[in-house]
Design a protein around this ligand. Structure first.
Ligand SMILES: Nc1ncnc2c1ncn2[C@@H]1O[C@H](COP(=O)(O)OP(=O)(O)OP(=O)(O)O)[C@@H](O)[C@H]1O
Ligand SMILES: C[C@@](O)(CCOP(=O)(O)O)CC(=O)O
Length: 446
């Protein structure tokens, strides 16, 4: 019997906690986005148990990209994964490798997985929009590695949603909720291995759990895994996923009512690795001053989180007052007349930005370069914009704004030269991480 299921997971924007979140003593504020990665899986047991499990993965939106993986066992009875046409996609390969070894499945399967990604993840230039009554996706004429990314975490979304699809094949009567932790832990392992580095993992955590306050796991958990082809790999992986203490925090949050996130895509190509290495170098050479700067940024991060909580509370206990202060923001009344909780958000962001500006000058890492400062300052001056910052590692890629829901940024910036470099992405913050979707919503796109 062929079983078919579908899942989706969101993209991310790290609003507070960039760089600091690499150290587990600091917390970060991560917003999950409405741009989602989708997987539709069909699986059946093969009638001949001696045939190898075959897993086909298709990403039709990217010039019909597809990968065909044959699953075999090595001399230690561990699973090996080989793309039979020599095609590369480390994110898919490592995901299949870890899920199969974790479950140690004994039967043979035929598994087909289709990947779909929402428009926000990639530049839509030279693409064609196809839709059915439920969903719409952009189709590109190039393979996935050739289409410029916007930096919303496509690989984290892909790994998370693919892990979910595969886990659903190997657990009878699979439901998401009880298995979220296993999916998260497996996805972190596969994502780090495919990237060749252990980052903070905030992107995989947001893909799994949605908008969160995040504190990382210790990188040694993943670094200490033995070599892929070793006797010990499978057992150590199972132990790591099931019984090691990970210690990460993923506490669900949402932006206050009436406020929304707007992402502006400025430039293609992320420089995260280079930026992180420059900041680390600066940090280590400049102690204890660098620690003082981090402490100030962390105070700003915590004040940012607290001021959003305060706004959430005000919206709940005094909705009339809350609506009035948002209305004031829409008309950009004199800033001093804004409510103290809105001012606190702005003050917190200023503290974060000014200290990152300092690091930018001192370290040579362009976290908030001058062009981005000008763009942010011009954006913050617009009606309905509460605050703005460079998300994640910063750089020239993108800006993130917190605005009122009424704010029509497209209209306000139309034909304005100051904003000619920005494309406002059509997305919003999303509370949920992985969700189950209906597989019939992914057919007949025209
Ligand atoms: N729709 C997709 N189908 C297949 N593979 C994909 C898809 N989207 C992303 N990938 C894989 O993820 C890789 C891009 O991952 P990468 O980590 O470089 O970017 P990102 O996660 O979008 O950006 P960032 O980490 O800066 O937010 C692609 O080269 C491809 O291997
Ligand atoms: C600099 C860092 O803290 C954030 C990078 O975020 P992004 O990939 O630029 O969205 C690195 C990390 O957390 O892994």
């Amino acid at each position: 019997m062929v079983v078919k299921r579908a899942f989706s997971a969101p993209g991310k924007a790290l609003l507070a906690g960039g760089y600091l979140v690499l150290d587990s003593k600091y917390e970060a504020y991560v917003v999950a986005l409405s741009s989602r990665m989708h997987s539709v899986v069909s699986f059946e047991e093969t009638t001949d148990p001696n045939t190898s499990t075959m897993i086909n993965v298709k990403s039709v939106q990217f010039n019909n990209d597809q990968w065909a993986f044959k699953v075999d066992k090595n001399e230690h009875n561990n699973y090996t994964i080989k793309e039979i046409n020599g095609l590369q996609n480390p994110f898919i390969e490592k995901t299949l490798f870890n899920v199969l070894n974790y479950f140690g499945v004994n039967k043979s399967y035929k598994i087909s997985i289709e990947i779909f990604s929402d428009s926000g993840y990639h530049s839509q230039e030279k693409s064609v929009l196809k839709m059915n009554s439920y969903k719409q996706f952009h189709y590109h004429s190039e393979t996935v590695t050739k289409v410029p990314k916007t930096g919303l975490g496509s690989s984290a979304g892909l790994v998370t949603v693919l892990t979910t699809a595969l886990v659903s094949c190997f657990i009878e009567q699979f439901q998401l909720e009880p298995f979220l932790k296993i999916i998260h832990n497996l996805s972190q392992v596969s994502h780090c291995q495919a990237q060749g580095k252990v980052g903070s993992g905030f992107d995989v955590a947001a893909a799994t759990f949605g908008s969160i306050i995040y504190r990382r796991f210790q990188p040694e958990l993943i670094n200490d895994l033995p070599k892929y082809d070793s006797l010990e790999y499978k057992r150590k992986l199972q132990k790591l996923i099931d019984s090691k203490y990970w210690g990460y925090k993923s506490e669900n949050v949402k932006l206050p009512k009436g406020l929304r996130l707007i992402m502006g895509d400025v430039n293609n190509g992320s420089e995260t690795v280079k930026l992180v290495s420059r900041v680390k170098q600066w940090y280590n050479k400049n102690l204890p001053e660098s620690l003082e700067i981090y402490t100030k940024i962390n105070e700003g991060n915590m004040a940012f989180i607290k001021s959003l909580e305060d706004l959430n509370e005000l919206a709940a206990i005094n909705p009339d007052k809350y609506d009035k202060i948002l209305a004031a923001l829409d008309n950009k009344e004199a800033i001093t007349s804004l409510d103290s909780s809105l001012l606190s958000v702005q003050k917190a962001v200023n503290q974060i930005r000014s200290n990152f500006k300092y690091i930018t000058k001192k370290s040579g890492a362009d976290i908030e370069p001058d062009v981005q400062t000008t763009l942010l300052d011009n954006s913050i001056a617009l009606n309905g914009v509460l605050t703005g910052l460079v998300p994640g590692a910063g750089g020239y890629d993108a800006i993130a704004l917190i605005t009122t829901e009424k704010c029509d940024i497209q209209e306000e910036t139309k034909n304005n030269k100051k904003f000619e470099r920005v494309s406002w992405l059509d997305l919003h913050q999303e509370d949920y991480g992985i969700v189950e979707e209906c597989p019939t919503h992914y057919i007949n796109f025209n």
